[in-house]
Structure formats: structure tokens, C-alpha cells
Design a protein around this ligand. Structure first.
Ligand code: ADP
Ligand code: ADP
Length: 210
């Protein structure tokens, strides 16, 4: 099962990808998580991309493609993977078709007002990437990760100005991928408005999983 989760920031791709990955034993490959881990560990890559992520712009295609090419060639991805947040541009999609063609693209659909509500309430456990929402998916103890008890943070790119820019970048650079994959008969829309359990059930049904 080789999948792409497409959709605007905040649509709930990461939340669903984490569950599917755990239940099906295929890796959840989030380019955003990989970049953030590099920033946290102050690697060369991390230093290069920090300002880009903080502003909500896109990391150059060449860099991102190399990263994903390397990741999907790892043994744990041999039987399948979930790409979350990649591809985000047509050149990235063209490159992916050359080294790891996918079976299906799920397009997470959510209206803008709800996207903004989700992004502005998102809280993250930095070390693991575990994601919460202050209203829709709160941690057991306010501001603390359920598993480690450590502080939750607000991502720099979930601040209002960066959110606005990311939505514009999505419309301009990533939304064209909807037509791209539709014309290749790979795309299915998933309504992301319902609660996570419902969205997850719809995804499993679409993938033919019981
Ligand atoms: P979200 O979960 O809000 O959709 P991500 O975690 O996927 O955000 O991405 C965070 C940031 O990482 C993006 O705003 C961008 O700067 C960078 N990034 C992630 N994936 C890509 C990609 N495929 N191409 C270029 N930049 C990317
Ligand atoms: P993406 O990976 O698409 O950027 P996330 O999975 O990080 O999106 O979700 C964005 C925010 O919305 C998080 O705070 C998450 O807890 C919350 N969220 C995710 N799915 C839902 C849902 N179906 N209903 C309400 N809130 C959700």
C-alpha cells in the first residue's frame, strides 16, 4: 500500500497517517516532521531550512526530493508507506513517479475557516511529533504530552502570519496536484470535517481495509 495524503495544512493528514501507520505497520513519512527533527538536532539540513519553515514557505524541490528518495528506499518502506506532506509541487510529483509510483492519493478536503481553527489550536510534543488540539483533541493534562508529561508547544508556523502564507502557498503550489492525480485516476476525496474516528473509518473503507 503506497499512499499519498494530500490536502491543505491542518486538514488532519498527520493525525490519520499516524493511526494508519500504527495499525497497518507501514511507515508514516512526513517531510515536515523530518525537517523539524533536523532543525531540533541542529543538523546542516536543519540550519538550511529553519527560516523557510518558520515563514511557511516551501523547501526547494531538489532538497526535498532527495530526502524522500532516500527515505522510501529504506527496508521498512519496501511493502508500503504513507507520504504525508509530499509531494507539494508538480516537479516533486514528477520526480516521485520516477522512483516510487503510488497506488492511491487521498485528498483531505476541509473548508478554510475550519483549517484556521485547527491550525491555531494545534499543540505538539516536539520530540515525538504527537499532535493535540486545545478544543478538539486535548491532552489529559493541559499543556502536557500524554505519554511523557513534557511541555507541548505551538509550532512557529502555526502563528497567524505564517498560517496565512502557508494557505496561499498551498493554493498556488500544491492544489494543482489535485488535477494532476485526478487525471491519472489515482485521487479520492476524503471529507475531513467529521471527527477523527469518522475520518479514519472512511479512509480504511476507501482502502478496502475492514
Ligand atoms: P502541515 O502539517 O501543517 O501540513 P508540514 O509539517 O507538512 O505542515 O510541513 C511544514 C513545513 O515543512 C512546510 O510549511 C514547508 O516549509 C516544509 N515542507 C514540508 N514538506 C515539504 C515539501 N514536500 N516540499 C517543500 N517543503 C516542505
Ligand atoms: P495536518 O497534518 O494535515 O497538518 P494535523 O493532523 O496536524 O493536520 O491536524 C491539525 C490539527 O487539527 C491538530 O491540532 C489536530 O489535533 C486537529 N485535528 C485533526 N483531525 C481533526 C478532526 N477530524 N477534527 C478536529 N480536529 C482535528
Amino acid at each position: 500500500m503506497k499512499l499519498i495524503f494530500l490536502g491543505p495544512p491542518g486538514a488532519g493528514k498527520g493525525t490519520i497517517a499516524a493511526r494508519l501507520s500504527e495499525d497497518e505497520g507501514i511507515p508514516h513519512i512526513s517531510t515536515g516532521d523530518i525537517f523539524r527533527a533536523n532543525i531540533r538536532n541542529e543538523t546542516e539540513l536543519g540550519k538550511k531550512v529553519k527560516a523557510v519553515l518558520d515563514a511557511g514557505d516551501l523547501v526547494p524541490d531538489e532538497l526535498t526530493v532527495e530526502l524522500v528518495k532516500d527515505r522510501v528506499s529504506q527496508p521498512d518502506a519496501a511493502n508500503g508507506f504513507i507520504l504525508d506532506g509530499f509531494p507539494r509541487t508538480v516537479p516533486q510529483a514528477d520526480a516521485l513517479a520516477g522512483f516510487a509510483p503510488v497506488d492511491k492519493v487521498l485528498n483531505f478536503v476541509l473548508e478554510e475557516a475550519e483549517i484556521i481553527r485547527r491550525l491555531s489550536g494545534r499543540r505538539v510534543h516536539k520530540a515525538s511529533g504527537r499532535t493535540y488540539h486545545v478544543l478538539f483533541s486535548p491532552p489529559k493534562v493541559e499543556g502536557k504530552d500524554d505519554v511523557t508529561g513534557e511541555e507541548l508547544i505551538i509550532r512557529d508556523d502555526d502563528q497567524p502570519d505564517a498560517i496565512k502564507n502557508r494557505l496561499a502557498v498551498y493554493e498556488r503550489q500544491t492544489a494543482p496536484l489535485i488535477e494532476y492525480y485526478k487525471s491519472r485516476r489515482l485521487l479520492t476525496d476524503i471529507d475531513s470535517a467529521p471527527k477523527p474516528d469518522h475520518v479514519y473509518a472512511a479512509v480504511r473503507e476507501e482502502l478496502g481495509l475492514s
